[in-house]
Ligand binder design. Structure first.
Ligand code: SAM
Length: 260
């Protein structure tokens, strides 16, 4: 294990012990009915907390969700933002064949969205996780499962998104759904957007409404205007009154069909 600090190494050990969560989540997602996949209230209050939430930066998290912190897939989202986003994906991702997450970290969100896409009618052929850190136990467990199924090609690019290996891959495969959650500087997140904007049909940015991430918040504000001629935008930024401040936020862009 080359690229991890001591505290990260502890986490890899902890996640190795939790790797059953991956298969359990895959089964739970597949078990949802079509009605449950667009039932925002159910997703927010039952389904997402049961998947397990991340326990980093807890001062940004609502204490009422504490029973879910440090459990399962360690999803790093507010259920109140993720639930309407998942319901939106259920209605908007049918044509997606390749999904890439820039900055996949532990992998919980990557696994959730990849499996969500598979179950809402996307014709998924390739999933690509990008992060400079070593693949985590969640990622390796999920990739083993995908290789067994032999329907979707899993790709891990262990690199920063501005590395030539990533841009060469993107030029070749042209992922049509990209989730940007890696470098949170204005320049870094903008470069990620520019790398994929000419071909992606869906581009999603994270931390678009966060006082902890002023650059990605500003970038989203600008992109909403600059990309308006080509993309429709959707925001999932609901906040918890129990948290002191505004955090996270998901911004989705969907390319508008070209008029004949
Ligand atoms: C906020 S975390 C991502 C959380 C993850 N998307 C999730 O939902 O659980 C940011 C991650 O981006 C990675 N990262 C930072 N700069 C990056 C870059 N230029 N390209 C790819 N990943 C990057 C970090 O190693 C870190 O794992």
């Amino acid at each position: 294990m080359l690229n991890v600090s001591r505290s990260q190494a502890d986490r890899y050990q902890r996640f190795a012990a939790l790797s059953d969560s991956v298969g359990e989540a895959v089964v739970a997602i597949a078990g949802l009915s079509a009605a449950q996949r667009i039932d925002v209230d159910f997703l927010e209050r039952e389904f997402i907390p049961a998947l397990g939430l991340n326990d980093e930066s807890l001062r940004e998290q609502p204490s009422e969700l504490s029973a879910s912190f440090g459990k399962g897939l360690h999803i790093w989202q507010y259920p109140s933002q993720l639930a309407p986003y998942l319901a939106w994906l259920s209605r908007n991702a049918s044509g997606v064949s390749s999904f890439m997450e820039i900055g996949c970290r532990w992998g919980g969100m990557f696994i959730l969205v990849a499996e969500w896409l598979r179950n809402v009618g996307a014709d998924l052929k390739t999933v690509i996780a990008v992060d400079p850190i070593d693949p985590t136990p969640f990622i390796t467990t999920y990739f083993d499962l995908l290789r067994e199924r032999a329907e979707i090609e899993p790709v891990y690019l262990q690199a920063y998104s501005n590395a030539p290996v990533v841009s060469a891959y993107v030029d070749r495969v042209k992922p049509d759904f990209v989730y940007v959650d890696g470098d949170h500087s204005l320049r870094g997140a903008m470069l990620d957007h520019l790398m994929v904007r000419s071909h992606a049909s869906i581009i999603v940015h994270h931390d678009i409404h966060s006082q902890a991430c002023p650059d990605t918040t500003l970038l989203w504000k600008a992109l909403k205007e600059f990309e308006a001629p080509s993309f429709d935008t959707f925001e999932f930024t609901s906040q918890y009154p129990s948290v002191n401040g505004t955090f996270l936020g998901i911004g989705a862009m969907k390319r508008r069909p070209v008029q004949a």
